[in-house]
Design a protein. Structure first.
Length: 298
């Protein structure tokens, strides 16, 4: 069991500020590949609780018509920056694609800052609650420094100077901006259909029943979502605790069992896409037309 914590000990010997890219890559890709992905899914879902954000998403039709592609684009572009670094050639190209997509919309700075904050805090919160071990302070700070640098390269203003300040902003924004709206419900329902669509029929119905358990009462209220039944809450918690125990005891086996396609939209991924073709408005590439490659992030 001591060997299971060897990577953590190596990470804790690094400086979370100067080594944040390396720490965040190892933490998300090696220590918590499955749980980090689930945290990002919650992050995407929570942004739908804000009418100003959900109205933009609803109006664009991205989630109603192309939910899987929208999800894949987000995961791929974030993955490129995490894997190679935000200042690598591919990382800079991924950032250009993100900035290009945002230029089509009039997005308030606080909304951009909030979305950025969810990429820091939702994976951390998920991991602290459901993963095989909690996030270390080193990993927590590395995630913060990583996304602040990404935010700087996206020209987001009023970036925080420390983790606690950013978390206070995140909590305050949700208290003030989460409220029910028809656009929240429509986009949130599209997200839930997407997440449950990844499983075969009977399993998909069970997953759909337990998915609302990933959200707190405030988020469910903003999305117009019913309180999940007690049996669904029990199944959700039992399954995730069992997964955490299996991850702790048999990480290699769990990696083989739990690995699933990161990008279902792009045939042949991780070899079937060009970064320049990722994002809203781009057609899906055929595998034979790919010009560059990237590895599966999570």
């Amino acid at each position: 069991m001591r060997a299971r914590y060897a990577t953590l000990r190596r990470l804790q010997a690094l400086d979370p500020k100067s080594d944040h890219q390396r720490i965040h890559r190892i933490s998300s890709d090696t220590e918590f590949p499955w749980d980090y992905g689930r945290g990002l899914e919650v992050a995407i879902w929570r942004t739908c609780c804000v009418p100003g954000i959900s109205e933009t998403l609803d109006g664009s039709g991205e989630f109603a018509l192309r939910a899987q592609k929208r999800y894949d684009d987000t995961r791929i572009l974030l993955g490129e920056m995490v894997r190679g670094g935000y200042d690598s050639d591919r990382g800079r190209e991924a950032l250009r694609q993100i900035n290009r997509a945002h230029r089509h919309y009039d997005i308030a700075n606080d909304d951009m800052l909030y979305v950025l904050s969810t990429f820091v805090f939702e994976p951390v919160r998920w991991i602290d609650r459901w993963a095989w071990r909690p996030v270390s302070e080193t990993e927590r700070l590395a995630a913060f420094y990583f996304y602040v640098e990404v935010g700087r390269r996206m020209n987001i203003q009023s970036l925080p100077t420390d983790y606690a300040e950013f978390e206070r902003f995140n909590r305050r924004y949700e208290r003030e901006r989460f409220r029910p709206a028809a656009s929240n419900h429509r986009v949130g329902a599209s997200v839930m259909r997407l997440y449950s669509s990844w499983y075969p029929g009977p399993v998909a119905r069970l997953v759909a029943a337990t998915l609302p358990c990933r959200l707190d009462a405030h988020a469910r209220w903003a999305l117009g979502m019913a309180v999940p039944p007690l049996w669904a809450t029990a199944v959700h918690g039992t399954a995730l605790r069992a997964h955490a125990r299996a991850e702790r005891l048999a990480p290699a086996l769990m990696a083989r069992l739990m690995t699933r396609p990161t990008a279902r939209t792009y045939p042949g991924y991780p070899k079937g896409y060009r970064i320049g073709d990722i994002g809203p408005g781009h057609a899906v590439l055929a595998a034979s037309g790919a010009e560059s490659t990237g590895a599966d992030h999570r």
